[in-house]
Ligand binder design. Structure first.
Ligand code: ZN
Length: 129
């Protein structure tokens, strides 16, 4: 299925853990695999700490420092930093499902990563039983 994510900033991390967990619940799968895939070249998905929002702010700060918006890029569309961040973070995650729940560590959450927003984005969610 395709799950839509509405982003509000040019660059942001959005916690989608509860939305994906809800899709797992609706699927009725007790034990299996959940595959997340972002079909965009300027967005990504990652798993990291969701308890302290400072962590996602720090991740964005470092990405924006290492990959500045202006740096003599060749790509004429003008959004090369977004493409580079997308490749560094990556387009997919695989999660185990046990007893109808996503297997995540205590502090882990799933983040949709927007690098060229705001836009309405897609994430493919596939289940394997
Ligand atoms: Zn581009």
């Amino acid at each position: 299925m395709i799950h839509k994510v509405k982003t509000r900033s040019q660059t942001e991390l959005i916690d989608i853990t509860s939305e994906i967990q809800e899709l797992v619940r609706i699927s009725g799968i007790d034990n299996g695999i959940c595959m997340l895939y972002v079909p965009h070249t300027t967005a990504a998905v990652t798993i990291n700490e969701s308890a302290d929002p400072s962590v996602k702010a720090d991740i964005l700060m470092v990405l924006n420092t290492v990959i500045p918006w202006k740096a003599g890029y060749r790509h004429l569309e003008g959004n090369s930093p977004a493409h580079i961040k997308s490749s560094i973070i990556g387009p997919s995650e695989l999660l185990a499902i046990e007893n109808g729940r996503l297997v995540l560590g205590t502090w882990q959450g799933i983040f949709f990563c927007e690098f060229d927003g705001p836009r309405t984005r897609k994430i493919h969610v596939k289940f394997i039983q």
